[in-house]
Structures are given as C-alpha cells and as structure tokens.
Write a protein that binds this ligand. Structure first.
Ligand code: PLP
Length: 446
C-alpha cells in the first residue's frame, strides 16, 4: 500500500505505535483502516467489505453490529456510568455478572474477580497463586509451568508464562520462575514414525520430567489454553489433558485454564474445558464474554484456591490488589447482555451445529497442493502450509495478504498456519463463501 501524504493512513503511521507490528515497516506501509461493521463483515475507509474470519481478535461472538449491546451500554451509562468495587463498595452489574459466571462455570467455582484484559487476568491469577503459596506456608512453591507456543498475554507475569519467543525478545521478562513444557501439537512436533499415542505419552513424560527436575514442591501451578489459539490453533491429542491432570494432582499443582479464546462457545460447548474434559482450579475468561465490545475479563477460582487467599487477606488486613476499572459497570452490563444473547440465540449450539461443515470445508482445502493438513474444533481451525520443504517461507503470510486484498477476507497467519475463528453468528452459506474465497486465493498463489 502506498500512503498518500496527510491521508488517514499516514496520520495513523505518524502518530501511533501499534501492537504486534514491525514499527519500521509500519512507518512505510501503514495499516488497514476499518471504519464500520455489520454482522460477520467489517468495512474499510474506502467502503470495501471484508468477511472477518478472525472475529476481530478471536473475540466478537455476536458480530459487529449487535444493537442490544449498544443499548445495554447506553442504559448503564444513563444509570451509573462508573463506580468501583474497592474497599467494601460494589454495584449491581458486577454482582449479576459474577453470579452468571458462577452459574455457567464448567466445574464448581467459588468466587469471581474482575479485570479488564486477558493479560491482566492471567497476571493477577499468577499473583494469587504466589499469594496462596505464602498463605499455605509454602514460600518455595512458586514456579509456574506454561507451554511452548502457549499464549497468555503480554504483561510481565502473563508474558513470562506465554511460550512464544516473539513476546519475550528484548523485554527482559522475569522468566526464571516460569518453566515451559513441550507443546502438544502432533503435526508440528511428532517425530517421524511416532504415532499420536506415542507422541502423547512423550508429552506427558516431558511434563513429569520437568516437574521432577525442578522439584514438585517448588511448582505452584500449570497454565494451559484448552486449545492453543495464538500459537496457531493447536489442538492437543486425545488423552493429553487427562494425563496432564493426573500428573498435576499427584504433585499438588494447581491447574489454571486460560479460556480467553475458547470460552463462551468457541469449541462448540460453553467452555473449552467441557470439550476437552478439563477440571481446573482457576478459569480465566475475556474476549467473547462481551464480544470485546467493552474491555472486561474475569478470574473464577474454586474453594481450594480461594480459602487460603481469604485467610491471607485477613492476616494482612486487606487483599492488596485491584484496578480502577475492575468490574466496570458498563463493561459488566454489556457482558451480561452479550451472554444473554449467546444463550437466547443458542450461539454455542450454532458453533456445534456448524462444526462439521467447518471441519469439512477445511479438509477440502487441505487437498489443495499448497496445504499440508487441517485441524479444527467447533468454530476454530487452521490450515497448515509449512511442512512442504520446497515452498518458500511465509507462504501463509502471503496467502493472508492475498485474501485481504483480492478476496476481502481477514484471517491470520501464525508461522505457516492459516487461522480461522469466525463470529459465532456465522451461517452455513457464509462459511461456504469464506472457504470459496480462501480456495481462490490459494489457487492464485499455487
Ligand atoms: N490468553 C489467551 C488465551 C489469549 O488468546 C489472549 C489474547 O489473545 C490473552 C490471554 C491476552 O488477552 P488480552 O489481549 O486481552 O490481554
């Protein structure tokens, strides 16, 4: 793209440091200016329409023009635009949302704490894990196990639990307490001749070995996304989560499920934990909780997690943590309305009902000569391009650029994976349109 002087693109490039870009490249290329949205589509500043096949950032379940969310925000703005939840104060929207989350939780949970982003929620969960170990008189039980290619955000603790080198490089994150175990993606890390069952056993042995090496008494918690999203839609093999939980129970290690992408229907059940048989001690949610119309996230903890923390706050005199926007009433009201819509329109059922068509569409595209394989669960999936040795690197990135420019489709490449995560309101016909456009873009690249 060539930027005209004083164009909105040039003003943007001159004024902002955007997340997740090469700043030097951005200074030259600028970005795509999105101006409006309707259903599964967004429109740029020239009026061009795009299928938003990533639901924004894996997050806009109800699409880009839901009037009820606007009305819920306006009604709450009229009544009480802001109040906090610090120091023995509270308000209705945060109470109602906490109750709703506890009702929906995939396993019994005791309490909810609100934050505003997935990163903040993971960061605080990490602080609470440490606080809890101190409360239990186990000051050495502080290490956290994340996974290579896991993504939990970018704040200091969350970024350290993340297992993607790009999010570590040059930031001097305090990684020493954070250990990373192997990524359970068979397509990427299976060895030649290794069956999926053998691969799963090796992944579990890697975890067991890491715990033994570090000392089980030093490890406080294990962090995992049910399906890894930002790492490239990596779906663990059968038996993986069951095995992980057995190991964690044996060593008295807490399990934190990061449902920031999977939560609220993405995998065809309300939570990814339900699709994969995970029973966590803490659950981190954000994104589809409000369809990202307002920034809000939450941590749900069970009694085993909560009780020692409550005792410690009483011993110290107060739980010394909170954000000005924790449980923000407008964000909470929007999240509540968003969850009502997900339930009333059975968007979780829609994801489950369309999951077969979604899988079949990706499998058909996997027959394309540029594509090695496909994977999906519910309405999250990917096409893997990379393993062909004769293809130039970054074919997936080129495919993404071609889709945006020539087909009006926004999707995302992670390494050589093309990722798809459409709004949960998508229809079967719209899925067909999406995959036809992807096929045409791949044909032009082949
Ligand atoms: N956890 C997971 C699984 C995510 O995918 C993300 C963001 O993509 C985060 C945490 C961080 O959320 P946020 O960008 O709101 O800080």
């Amino acid at each position: 793209m060539i930027m005209r002087p004083n164009s909105i693109e040039a003003r943007d490039a001159a004024s902002q440091m955007h997340p997740m870009v090469n700043f030097r490249q951005y200074e030259k290329s600028g970005g795509l200016v999105i101006e409006s949205g309707e259903g599964i589509y967004v429109f740029d500043n020239s009026g061009k329409r795009y299928i938003e096949a990533m639901a924004g950032l894996w997050s806009v379940a109800v699409g880009f023009s839901e009037p009820r969310l606007k009305e819920a925000a306006c009604a709450q703005m009229d009544k009480l635009p802001y109040y906090h939840t610090f120091s023995y104060k509270t308000h209705g929207p945060s109470i109602e949302l906490a109750e709703k989350l506890l009702e929906l939780a995939p396993v019994p949970m005791s309490k909810v704490h609100f934050t505003s982003s997935g990163s903040e929620a993971n960061d605080l969960t990490c602080k609470m894990v440490w606080y809890r170990s101190n409360a239990l008189g186990k000051p050495d039980k502080k290490k956290i196990i994340g996974r290579e290619k896991g993504y939990h955000g970018v704040t200091i603790a969350a970024g350290s639990i993340t297992g993607l080198p790009l999010n570590h490089g040059s930031f001097d994150l305090p990684l020493d307490r954070m250990k990373h175990t192997s990524c359970p993606s068979y397509v990427h890390f299976g060895r030649p001749g290794e069956t999926e069952a053998e691969f799963t056993r090796r992944m579990l042995q890697d975890l067991e070995d890491l715990i033994e090496r570090e000392g089980p008494e030093t490890i406080a918690a294990f962090w995992g996304e049910p399906v890894m999203g930002a790492g490239g839609v990596l779906i663990p093999p059968a038996g993986y989560w069951e095995g992980v939980q057995k190991i964690l129970r044996k060593h008295d290690i807490l399990l934190v499920a990061d449902e920031v992408i999977c939560g609220f229907g993405r995998t065809g059940k309300m939570f990814g934990c339900q699709s994969l048989g995970i029973e966590p001690d803490a659950l981190v949610v954000s994104k589809q909780i409000s369809s990202s119309y307002m920034p809000i996230s939450a941590i749900l903890v069970n009694d085993r997690f909560y009780q020692p923390i409550a005792d410690e706050s009483a011993r110290i005199g107060s739980f010394g943590h909170g954000f000005t926007a924790s449980g923000h009433p407008v964000a909470a009201a929007v999240a509540l309305e968003n969850i009502r819509i997900i339930e009333e329109r059975d968007l979780v059922g829609n994801a489950a009902a369309l999951s077969g068509q979604f899988k079949a569409g990706l499998e058909k595209l996997a027959e394309h000569p540029l594509v090695h394989s496909s994977r999906s669960l519910g309405l999250i999936g990917a096409l893997e391009i990379h393993p062909w040795p004769d293809l130039p690197a970054s074919t997936a990135a080129k495919a993404v650029a071609a889709m945006v420019e020539e087909e009006g489709v926004i999707c995302r490449s992670v390494g050589e994976a093309l990722c798809f995560c459409p709004p949960l309101i998508i229809t079967g016909d719209q899925l067909d349109d999406l995959f036809a456009a992807v096929g045409r873009a791949l044909d032009r690249l082949a």
